[in-house]
Design a binder for this molecule. Structure first.
Ligand SMILES: NC(=[NH2+])NCCC[C@H](N)C(=O)O
Ligand SMILES: [Mn+2]
Ligand SMILES: [Mn+2]
Length: 338
């Protein structure tokens, strides 16, 4: 199953090689892209109408899955994360109430517009330039429907670039970003791939989509990561000084004077003891409660967020990391919805 995407690309290459007219392929791709966007557009419209009809919501989280794993430099399992996270959000072992009392069953708090069909698009030969634009377009379709705000389920971390681009373009200016991760993901082009999951924040900063970028949980950083951080004025908070920074990080106020705040949560910001189901095991990380303390105390208008890099193929048999990722989504929902 995990190779369908690649087989799809090879299949398209064979069609090109066999002199299948390029415009035939191009026209077919356009129809598939339109169909993909139509499904998301109509679901977002319906959920928006529903929330507005119920009334009283100023901001409301809406899940958008982006099952994309091929821009990972290591394992591609994050492509399979969105359905596993949804399953865990609604798992009967817990309940539908967030820690401070929001009801997830209430569509004014949480709705779902489904997944961008990444596999299907790649199978038709859609390349990454276009795929990234389709992801951006999908995010904008959610934002079109006031009061819906996108809560994106990755996927590897490459998806944050098209998502933040869309949020910034749609709101008409930069946002402040709180980025929790073991890695800064700011290489100019990791292993030659400008869309790499290790390069998304280079694209975001180049594009001018963020004013401030705060990176928290960092404990795997190369000299390029530090240089690029300086170059873009990134505020990098490393784990080795976390006990010193804790006070500041648990009392953050962000987003004043910009369009809002974006939160990007790479599950590997957590210590692998809390979240073993990730591609890049990096000891010495945050505890789950550290992350919740930072989130719950954050003063900010959170306009959108993502949870990325959960790899179900590396999870424990009881799906522990799926529950961890789901709880991050639940508490982000609480943060966004009001
Ligand atoms: N989004 C991520 N999990 N990125 C991990 C990047 C790992 C890469 N090997 C590095 O040196 O930084
Ligand atoms: Mn990352
Ligand atoms: Mn990471």
């Amino acid at each position: 199953m995990r190779n369908i995407g690649r087989m799809g690309i090879h299949y398209m290459n064979r069609l090109h090689a066999a002199n299948v007219p390029a415009d035939l392929i191009e026209k077919g791709q356009k129809r598939v892209i339109e169909a993909s966007l139509t499904l998301i557009r109509e679901r977002a419209k319906l959920k928006g109408e529903l929330v507005r009809a119920l009334g009283g919501a100023f901001a409301s989280s809406s899940l958008l899955g982006v099952p994309l794993g091929h821009n990972s430099s290591f394992l591609q399992g994050p492509a399979f994360a969105p359905p596993r996270i949804r399953e865990a959000i609604w798992c009967g072992s817990t309940n539908a109430t967030t820690e401070e009392g929001k009801e997830l069953n209430d569509p004014r708090v949480l709705t779902d517009v489904g997944d961008v069909p990444v596999q299907e698009l790649r199978d038709c030969g859609v390349d990454d330039d276009r795929l990234m634009h389709i992801i951006s377009e999908s995010v904008k379709l959610v934002m079109e429907e006031d009061p819906l705000r996108p809560l994106v389920l990755g996927g590897d971390h490459s998806i944050s670039f098209p998502v933040v681009r869309a949020v910034s373009e749609k709101l008409g200016g930069p946002v402040d970003i709180l980025h929790l991760d073991a890695h800064p993901d700011i290489y100019h082009a990791f292993e030659g791939n400008k869309y790499s999951h290790a390069s998304s924040f280079a694209r975001i900063m180049e594009g001018g989509y963020a004013r401030r970028l705060l990176q928290v949980g960092i404990r795997s950083i190369t000299s390029e990561g530090r240089e690029q951080g300086k170059r873009f004025g990134v505020e990098q908070f490393e784990m080795r000084s976390f006990s010193k920074d804790r006070d500041l990080l648990e009392n953050l106020k962000l987003g004043e004077g910009v369009k809002g705040v974006y939160i990007s949560l790479d599950v590997d910001c957590l210590d692998p003891a809390f979240a073993p189901g990730v591609s890049h095991i990096e000891p010495g990380g945050l505890s789950f409660r550290d992350v919740l303390n930072i989130l719950q105390n954050l003063q900010a208008n959170v306009v959108a967020a993502d949870v990325v890099e959960f790899n179900p193929q590396r999870d424990t048999v009881d799906g522990m990391t799926a529950m961890v990722a789901a709880k991050l989504v639940r508490e982000l929902t609480a943060k966004i919805s009001k």
